[in-house]
Design a protein around this ligand. Structure first.
Ligand code: TTP
Ligand code: MG
Length: 358
């Protein structure tokens, strides 16, 4: 067996169960037990954000076109989202997390890593802490969450899926080797279909198989990513829980009900997009600076293009110009437009170096 022992940290990964749908059921108990989904309208090119477990039985999935979802499940109750409510539920969850640790790394509204290595509550037992957090969320937020408890982030994240919904799964440091032995290699972050197929051709299906191969073989084949795969398969994941997440960009986009036929009709949409982008930019703290502006254009055939240019104070004129450039690349009707700003974080010393070097 490999000699690398995982660091003895206690990481909890929390993930709410069908989050948006759960908030909807909480606020309207008549929906309980029914196939529901939160998403855009089926007649307006809407997309499913999430579905209740009852709807999932019919094959309704996140990111699926709402029209397809309704075909699969004709009795589906489709509900438009209420982001403010989801944000509030997320904030309440975080308030509970903060009673146990400062080291909280959100991955999305309903998902976060907690490093509870130094938490003395629940006699310092991460298993009991997770249980208590889940009970408190159920009682005070009114939704269920699942948890994975493990010595590192990778394993905690995999584990939180294993007893979903409303469950938790613990992998102690002693159980790590046995757990990884049969874990499919595609459960490793970043290992997609292509990499998984390449590995399978070499007889490598599980993390256990990875461990029986030399790390140098992986580095040779996949570079730094190969080293990453080999490390994770060996239970070595020293990535800390980073409590302050900083963003790299802000953007807004819109899919239009009917395709925009020409450049003028695209440019007409920019003021409204710019208004919502500016609202988002205003919410950023003062340590952010804009470095670039960009525009994304998706054509009716789903081909898409993104154009970016240096600009610290992007205006309508900048986006209109990017729009013209993007349009020239396709010159066919447009279904989606997005605009955004690339950011620099002034509190990040590497970002400042970049600025001075330019
Ligand atoms: P997830 O945690 O991926 O999904 P979930 O909480 O709905 O279900 P699960 O029980 O499997 O964890 O995403 C959290 C929320 O993010 C989800 O409720 C809706 C939103 N979301 C989207 O809007 N689009 C997407 O494609 C996905 C995956 C999620
Ligand atoms: Mg979830």
């Amino acid at each position: 067996m490999n000699s690398s022992t995982p660091a003895k940290r206690k990481i909890i990964h929390i993930d709410a169960d069908c989050f948006y749908a759960a908030v909807e059921v909480r606020d309207n108990p008549a929906l309980k037990g029914k196939p529901i989904a939160v998403g855009g309208s089926a007649t307006r090119r809407g997309v499913i954000a999430t579905a209740s477990y009852e709807a999932r039985k019919f094959g309704v999935r996140s990111a699926m076109a709402s029209a397809t979802a309704v075909k699969r499940c004709p009795q589906l109750i489709l509900i438009p989202g209420r982001m403010a409510e989801y944000r509030e539920a997320s904030r309440q969850m975080h308030e509970i997390f903060a009673d146990y640790t400062d080291l909280i790394e959100p991955l999305s509204l309903d998902e976060a890593f907690l490093d509870v290595s130094n938490c003395s509550r629940c006699r310092g037992s991460a298993t009991l802490i997770a249980q208590e957090i889940r009970q408190r969320i159920a009682a005070h937020v009114g939704i269920t969450v699942s948890a994975g408890i493990a010595p590192n982030k990778f394993i905690a994240k995999v584990a939180s899926d294993l007893n979903k919904p409303d469950g938790q799964y613990v992998i102690t440091p002693e159980q790590v080797d046995g757990f990884l032995e049969t874990l499919p290699v595609k459960r490793i972050w970043g290992v997609g279909k292509v990499t998984a197929e390449r590995l399978e051709q070499q007889g490598i299906k599980t993390c256990g198989d990875v461990r029986r191969h030399d790390i140098y073989q992986f580095v040779q084949q996949f570079g730094q990513f190969g080293e990453h795969i080999h490390n994770l398969a060996n239970g070595v994941d020293n990535r800390p829980v980073v409590s302050e997440w900083r963003r790299k960009s802000v953007s807004v986009e819109h899919t239009y009900e009917t395709d925009l036929p020409d450049l003028e009709s695209c440019q007409e949409k920019i003021p409204a997009l710019l208004e919502s982008l500016q609202k988002r930019l205003q919410r950023l703290d003062e340590d952010y600076r804009i470095q670039n502006c960009f525009l994304k254009m998706k054509f009716f055939d789903f081909n898409q293009t993104t154009i970016e240019r240096q600009q610290t104070e992007p205006s309508y004129a900048d986006y209109a110009m990017l729009c013209e450039e993007a349009w020239q690349r396709g010159q066919v009707p447009v279904r989606l437009l997005g605009i955004g700003a690339r950011l620099i974080d002034m509190t990040d010393s590497s970002g400042q170096m970049d600025l001075f070097e330019k």
